[in-house]
Design a binder for this molecule. Structure first.
Ligand code: FEO
Length: 404
């Protein structure tokens, strides 16, 4: 079995999940559950896998050392995609110290039968000397759950931040330079957009704390996707930029339609956006009736857009269910927590009293998007003047975006 070595005595021993296509509402081309083995005079296993994948992980460990030689388990995060192998490890290695946070202990106790597990609750900044390899533990609450922590390997300057800096991708490659840094960054952007946006202020705080440590970071080895070897500082900078809301002169228009009127409006708005000098991205939401864009891909595009415009017809006095569901998702992500705010407005058609646009507008406000103008609401089919109004609104928001 091919062994992936990050540095002398440091190995990737995770598992590849080639078949996963949906993870709590996020579409993905498979993923990896990264675990790492650090061998000094003593041996530490950092994280495990989703339940059912621990056999793959233990095969990888066994290709390097006998798994019974593991002296410590470092559990950076409770979520089952990283802790699912713990019951087997705890059974195989009775009494093995499991290093985690206090919130980690509480989380593990709610997930597994932990009777007999030997938890060691870390203090922020605590070290573990493996003999020639020193691990440093940093609490990282809410990155991604309250229990999360980072582990830093001092001699090799490798950061193991668990979910942070990860990407959902299943591939043969284990390093960013093998996969291609640009492709890795695209997957990292989607990961950030769908999981990390609401945590942006905590990301900035944690990046500041890591900077204050004044330690080198030669490699960032997350718990999903490829290891940042060529561009370790690049992904850290990208996290800072995304958290700060640094975006392009780009406007994302997201909508659904019943009979095409809202599509005509979206197209006219996009023409105005382009005329106004911005990149336009138009996404009709996918709802199973036809091809479109999945919400998890839409929010990836919103992350680097300065404006987001949402369109919906009115159905039974409400937005179309696709748009209502999308707005629920966007509200939860809270793009308003990014340092630089996004602008937006709503549009759509109706055949009765309308009203859906105001509901969507309220959702946009709750998501932290600044409302740029009144909704554009048309009765049945947009006429020539209304199409021109849409085009003009697109141009105006593009000009505002370029001047921001
Ligand atoms: Fe990859 Fe929060 O788990």
């Amino acid at each position: 079995m091919k062994v992936t070595e990050l540095a002398k005595g440091v190995y990737w021993v995770g598992a590849i999940d080639w078949n996963l296509r949906d993870y709590h509402g996020y579409t993905l081309p498979g993923t990896t559950y990264n675990a790492y083995l650090v061998i000094g005079e003593k041996v530490a296993l950092i994280d495990t896998t989703y339940p059912g994948f621990e056999g793959q992980m233990l095969d990888h460990v066994a290709s390097i050392i006998d798994p019974v030689k593991i002296d410590y388990v470092i559990a950076n995060h409770v979520e089952m995609d990283h802790s699912g192998g713990l019951p087997k490890i705890a059974k195989m290695l009775p009494g093995v110290p499991i290093y985690c946070t206090q919130a980690g202990v509480e989380g593990f106790n709610r997930h597994y039968d932990t009777e007999g597990w030997n938890f060691h609750v870390i203090k922020n900044g605590e070290t573990l000397d493996l003999g020639g390899k020193t691990l440093v533990f940093l609490e990282a609450p809410m990155l991604h759950w309250p229990d999360s922590m980072f582990t830093y390997l001092a001699e090799d300057e490798i950061l193991f931040p668990n979910d942070a800096f990860g990407q959902h991708i299943a591939s043969s490659e284990r390093f960013d330079d093998e996969l291609g840094t640009d492709e890795a960054m695209e997957h990292a952007q989607k990961f950030f957009a769908n999981l990390i946006i609401p945590l942006a202020p905590k990301v900035l705080k944690k990046l500041g704390e890591v900077t204050d440590l004044k330690v080198g970071i030669r490699m960032v080895a997350p718990s999903h996707g490829v290891i940042w070897r060529e561009n370790a500082m690049g992904i850290i900078t990208a996290y800072a930029n995304w958290s700060n809301g640094v975006s392009k002169d780009k406007v994302t228009i997201v909508y659904d339609t019943m009979h095409g009127s809202t599509t005509r409006m979206a197209t006219a708005i996009a023409e105005g956006v382009i005329e106004g000098g911005c990149e336009a991205k138009v996404c009709m939401l996918k709802d199973g009736r036809y091809e479109g864009t999945h919400r998890s891909d839409v929010v990836k595009g919103i992350l680097d857009s300065k404006a987001v415009i949402v369109g919906t017809p009115t159905l039974q006095d409400e937005p179309l269910p696709t748009v209502a569901g999308f707005m629920s998702y966007l509200r939860g992500l809270r793009p308003g927590r990014l340092t630089q705010k996004k602008k937006g407005f709503t549009f759509g058609s109706h055949g009765g009293s309308g009203g859906a646009m105001r509901i969507v507008e309220d959702d946009m406000k709750k998501a932290g998007i600044e409302i740029f103008r009144e909704p554009i609401e048309v009765y049945y089919r947009p006429d020539k003047d209304e199409i021109e109004l849409c085009r003009r609104a697109g141009k105006e928001i593009a000009e505002a975006v370029r001047n921001s």
